[in-house]
Write a protein that binds this ligand. Sequence first.
Ligand code: ASP
Length: 343
Amino acid sequence: MKSIKIVFLLSFLLVGGWLPAQVNPVPAVPEPAGNTRWVLVVHGGAGGPVKGTMKPETEKQFTDSLNKALQIGAGILSSGGSSMDAVEAVIRFFEDCPLFNAGRGAVLTEDGHAELDASVMDGKTGKAGAVAGVTIVKNPVSAARAVMDKTPYVLMTGKGADAFAKASGLQIVDPAYFITPGRYEAWKEAKQKTTPEQPAPPSTEKEKKGTVGCVALDSYGNLAAGTSTGGMMMKMSGRVGDSPIIGAGTWADNNSCAVSCTGHGEYFIRNCAAYSVAVQMQYAGKSLEDAAHFVIFDILKAKGGEGGLIAVDRNGNIAMPFSANAMFRGTVSAGAIPEVSIY
Ligand code: ASP
């Protein structure tokens, strides 16, 4: 009789939810072990030459570098690393590679300096970090990440951002480190064309390419995005483009997608380009492909703004629309062969 009473009492407590932890704990949902389902997309800028006009050996240098970037990202994601870590590592590689307009190899301002912009966004937490106009940080993307991880801010600029990066222990270089012979020659040529009526000639197609970006979905379902650039060739010192502006050049939200843009920054800023892709998916139910295409062609191109973007959604779908002659780009995902293209 006594044991019947105890069983009755226990059932009452269980049904009433009084003893869940002690009697029948709900097991924590295990995170997947990794390498099950992940996607990584990169870009090395839109603009560039008309198909057939780039030297084959130069083209090969670009495709080799894109492949190397994919390999770095795939190595991190396939071993269970986070999308944020993959994005940062891939962009660091591009920043160190002199071919691209980011880090070493950046285009120069009208007074001949490199002023670098970068940003990152974490789709899981909604946190973001960015730096603009930095001049001594070897890897601006890591400074952007440090702003996100170590400060209550989103965007830091100029001297303050440089000092913060130094205090955070990031590698500091002489400003001359960023200037490659090729970019210096292009700057000198552009400078010679400068007149008092036209102080900064607009960038040519050749000079415009090279901003870098990366978006990724990791095997835990988390999205991340990042972008890094030297901006537009012959920009006025102090000019900031879309790349470090969250919502314009970069966006990531686990509810929709991760986006990194490249192109004529002012158009991307005025039209909140990266966020516009996400918002069409989230609130208008559009597919990633339709939303991305709409932003590049129906909004930006319609207003005269050239460029492109890369994006991945929470289901692993990819979009890479561009309205320029070319966009250096590549994709890799679990179980698939990496692919890179230019035109
Ligand atoms: N969007 C960059 C800027 O305007 C340049 C680029 O992507 O080529 O600074």
